[in-house]
Design a protein around this ligand. Sequence first.
Ligand code: SGN
Ligand code: CA
Length: 537
Amino acid sequence: MKFLPLIFLLLSAFCYSQSERPNIVFVFTDDHATQAISAYGGILKDVAPTPHLDRLAKDGMRFDRCLVTNSICGPSRAAILTGKHSHKNGFFVNENTQFDGSQQTFPKLLQKAGYQTAIIGKWHLGSEPTGFDHWEVLPGQGMYYNPDFRTENGMHREVGYVTEIVTEKVKQWLDGQRDPDKPFMLMVQHKAPHREWSPAPKYLTAFDDITMPEPDTLFDNYEGRGTAAREQDQTIAKTMDLGKDLKIREYDIGGELFHRTRARMTPEQIEAWDAAYEPKNQAFIQANLTGKDLIRWKYQRYVKDYLRCIKSVDDSVGELRAHLDQLGLAGNTVFIYSSDQGFYLGEHGWFDKRFMYDESYRTPLIASWPGVIEPGSVNSDLVSNLDFAQTFLQIAGVQEPDDMQGLSLVPIMEGEKPADWRDSLYYHYYEYPGWHMIHKHEGAYDGRYKLMYFYELDEWELYDTHTDPMEMTNQYSNPEYTEIIQVMQAKLLELRKKYGVPENEIQDLDNVDQYYHSDEQRKRAWAKQMELYKGVD
Ligand code: SGN
Ligand code: CA
């Protein structure tokens, strides 16, 4: 008899979960590296913890091997919306392209199935969002301070810091604008921590008294790698700009720092900004640093600003989860955190992404689902942003269409990985020439070996990520790897076939030629910085 109340409780919980389809909250950031989430460990975990993301991991599942199909913003977003690789969804590169919004996407399918769909924040796909009952997006890359928003009714500007404004808008939508009788799928898409890493007023001086640890490969000389690693344009030493990126007004030769931040700030915002940066900037100028000392200083300024932006993102996660709790929605909401790709935080001397090397290939994925995902679980299966669409559909109980190319992660979330789970993933990056000059490449990864082919250079690279996790030694011409290379090349062909990559696809996307705001400006800024390296090797 005494078990009756318990049985009743269990039964009602069962009926509840059957009748109430779960809500989905997808918090998605731009360029957030796993190295900057303390739940993932790494050298920054003690100095720059992310308590709210860590709590999410504690309540849910941390995916350690979520790999992207194409490590760049728009293409990653297009892959997520469609569940298809770039060659199927038609969105290959960021520049000068528009997402074809008439195609099938998971928000449209959820909408059809009775879900309310909303997106607030960064969109970056050129065309207008489709498949959303409510959308309010940042035009293009969006601005950190006093951002503009695009809606169906046009454009308007709001005063404040972008991460905080987006969070506030999301709360308002949850409070009053949605239909409480329908389940919802809400995409919260932050601009942060994208370049040029501008922190919120409240975090402008965070980490001022700390020296950030440096990655082992900060002074990489690219020996043992190929032409692509040597010829990229994304080093902290040479590419990173002291003006726009590192906020030193004296180096704002092209006026970009001014236009991206100051020109739209309120007097109060400018005051807080200057109070934080000016004393440090003057000390930098006085110090007259050169060579490695200069690179070290740039790394510190860069990574601190990046992590300051993350602090606001982490707060947003905490606030949104608390808000869902207050509204009584947390128990039936799947909360997912991810980013469009990873990022280099000084590894190999770099910032930015695009390469299939680990730091930019791997993206964070943390999900909580009360009653389904075992709290505190960690998964290391090969999963991808290609899988998100089918995952969301299955969460909502919607049949996945045959032409999506990923796999639903729901079985993994339930702790029952299918025996025939994938054993490798396909990668393809297309934007060359373009920002940061990363050569086009495709590749296959099986969880240990990573084969990359820079086809316009006709150069292959093979890394054994077990023995060489930092990917410093290309084993492609090492005879000991001959067999593995054959296996991986066969795998690459098999993957191309499986995903329907056109035979002669080696894409010619040379419409990507306007990649700098102004070549002239950039050259002048660069020349000034290069003076600092004179006489130093
Ligand atoms: C901007 C950045 C680049 C960055 C691209 C793409 N330059 O052009 O550094 O790689 O965005 O980023 S900036 O001077 O304008 O900041 S993405 O996240 O949108 O793919
Ligand atoms: Ca991005």
